[in-house]
Design a protein around this ligand. Sequence first.
Ligand code: ZN
Length: 243
Amino acid sequence: MYLVDAHCHLHEFNDMEVLNYCGNPSLGILAVSDNYTSSLETLKISSKCLNVVPSVGIHPWNVGKVNLGEVEAVLESARNVRFLGEVGIDKRFVPESYEKQVEVLRRFLEYASTNGLGVNLHAAGAWSDALKMLFKYDVKVAIIHWYTGPPELLNDIHSVGYYITVNPAVSLQPKLRDIVSKASLDMILTESDGPYVYRGIRMTPEKVLDVVHEISLIKGVEAQEVFSTILRNYRDALRAVGL
Ligand SMILES: [Zn+2]
């Protein structure tokens, strides 16, 4: 049994927790960042933990607060990195900075496209716009985090080999359950989005185990098959960017 956490804010966990996750042979973490400082923290953690793949970026919730110099600084830090994230656009929670978010995401996607990087994408309330941008920049592989967008877009996402992630909110969020029922298993990855708290649940990498069981129940597929397919998806996503 191997747990895949394809979107985790590992730098926000306390030292004891990081120590516990770091090097765990039955856990793979794609660690995302929220700004320049956390990008450096993520890189520091991943340099010591073989099971952690680093991703640097500026979270769309932070884009309104940063200058474009910080975007370039993050890209400087990306020299030995194969994923950008958490990057994206968000019309739902931070509509006031949407234009700037689009501008910043363009820069990240242009960089990802030129350098063959993958993208770990946040697109709340802007699913269709974000997908159009990924297509426009011909991004190699995208992991669309906590996908609760229109089910009609699942085919487009699948057709280019992109992935969506499902997290512990699946036990409570009808929209996410509906997406799981409609998405092909070979486009699904699991995540924690930890240590984010959703309706009182602190989401952590070990809770990915519950996510696998929920997916198994919703889809009527043996848990073992869910585990092995998600691990295969994760390895394929990493291989696509040369990892
Ligand atoms: Zn996140």
